[in-house]
Design a protein. Structure first.
Length: 416
């Protein structure tokens, strides 16, 4: 079996699958159970100034037969006393010395940061994660996303932390911004050892049509919350790749957002992460998913002849280009496999009304035909087709040349 041990910015762990700071890491009981189940690390539910939580506090998007495509929460950081958390952290670390135990922190003044860092180090933590991402409740008090949305403040608070911390420091970034690279570079300037992303995205998951109240309902009212779960993975992957592709950004990245299976984890590695953190999937299915995460990930490495997880990092991210650099000569068109087509004609409706009128219906047959000279190769029909691999895209250019927008005759700013 492939060895999955990892060293992330100096923090070592039996594998790169860590629990994100959230309800599954709220108590020593849970973190110990998770480590017993096989999780490599845990970022403890954020410690900070005393807070009180509301009830109810979660909302979700269910899509067709799929429960919790997206999860929304209006929960704040830990509402348990700091002393209790610290005592449980110390006990877990004593029992699991090889596992990564990270303290997530969020306080306001420099003195509070320094005090909490010292107390966590006394408890034996392996590193810190600075929560600059909480999108509700804490930012109104000048913390969380209020910090993560301002690069100068990110840099300043990170530098305060670096004055005191003797263990590696990870800065957790918010996606509720225009430029993730500005935030990541600010963390780097502040002296951080790594970044993690994404925290949750501002959201309201829905409205109850009978009571006309937004979800989740707190005595007839609600508040915007943070969105996570499978629905946010595309946003997280893009942000991870933007950072990893920035020429001036050099920190390791812990990828977070919508990871549920080993395939999701591999995607994050290929886009530039070198550990991953998971919350919603554990809230949905429990700690047991770690068995499949580790086995599937190790099998993938073995099948593709990679010696260890670090060899995956960023391979796919390096294949991202600005749109202007893509090959305009490359051309694919759709083809329908008549043997597997079930004649639903969804592809016809999609192309006729929503794309390029490149599919025809033939009298006497339910099986549509592609108008090959019209098809622009947009993919839509293959995306709506309910039968796997029934519509595939076939390359039709002769691969003899490559032309990008920069050099295209239609480009008024073309060079030369
Ligand atoms: C109910 C809930 C509470 C959370 N609390 C925290 C927190 O205290 N600190 C933190 O940094 N992130 C918190 N998060 C965000 C998660 O750590 C993670 O960044 C986010 O859920 C995306 O990962 P996922 O799609 O795997 O859930 C919370 C998420 C949820 C759902
Ligand atoms: S969507 Fe797929 S299955 Fe349905 S008619 Fe088109 S090719 Fe056939
Ligand atoms: S690829 Fe696009 S244009 Fe071509 S047939 Fe399918 S939907 Fe129509």
């Amino acid at each position: 079996m492939t060895d999955l041990h990892c060293n992330f910015a100096g923090i070592t762990a039996p594998n790169p699958f860590w629990l994100a700071s959230a309800p599954p890491t709220n108590t020593g009981y849970q973190v110990a159970n998770a480590f017993r189940a096989g999780w490599g690390g845990a970022v403890w539910k954020t410690l900070g100034q005393p807070i009180v939580n509301v009830s109810s506090r979660y909302g979700a998007i269910h899509y067709r037969d799929r429960r919790i495509m997206g999860l929304n929460n209006i929960e704040l950081i830990t509402d348990r006393p700091i002393d209790v958390n610290l005592a449980e952290m110390a006990a877990v670390k004593r029992e699991f010395p090889q596992h990564a135990l990270i303290a997530s922190l969020m306080v306001e003044s420099k003195a509070e940061w320094h005090d909490l860092i010292a107390r966590c180090e006394d408890a034996g933590v392996d590193g810190f994660e600075l929560n600059y991402g909480c999108p509700h409740g804490m930012c109104e008090r000048g913390m969380g996303a209020a910090v993560g949305q301002n690069p100068d403040v990110i840099e300043k608070i990170t530098s305060w932390v670096m004055e005191k911390a003797t263990k590696p420091v990870i800065v957790k970034l918010t996606p509720n911004i225009t430029s993730i690279t500005a935030a990541g570079l600010a963390a780097q300037r502040g002296g951080a050892n790594a970044v993690s992303l994404i925290n949750t995205i501002n959201s309201v998951t829905g409205v109850n049509l009978d009571t006309m109240e937004p979800n989740p309902i707190v005595n007839g009212e609600s508040s915007h919350g943070g969105y996570c779960g499978p629905a946010v993975k595309p946003i997280a992957l893009n942000m991870v790749s933007e950072l990893v592709n920035h020429p001036d950004f050099h920190l390791p990245i812990s990828g977070i957002g919508g990871i549920e299976t080993w395939r999701d984890a591999v995607e994050f590695f290929l886009m530039g992460a070198s550990t991953v953190q998971i919350c919603t999937a554990v809230m949905h299915y429990g700690f047991r998913i770690i068995t499949d995460l580790c086995a599937g990930f190790a099998q993938y490495l073995h099948t593709h002849d990679f010696a260890d997880p670090t060899q995956l990092v960023g391979i796919a991210a390096r294949k991202l280009r600005p749109w202007e650099a893509l090959d305009l000569h490359y051309k694919v068109i759709a083809q329908i496999n008549a043997a597997t087509c079930i004649g639903c004609q969804l592809c016809y409706s999609a192309c006729e009304d929503g794309a390029h009128q490149s599919i025809r219906l033939v009298e006497g047959s339910r099986i549509p035909q592609i108008k090959e000279d019209h098809c622009v190769g947009c993919n839509l029909c293959s995306l709506v087709c309910p039968v796997d691999q029934c519509i595939t895209m076939r390359r039709v250019d002769d691969a003899s040349r490559r032309i990008t927008w920069k050099d295209h005759p239609a480009n008024p700013q073309r060079s030369g």
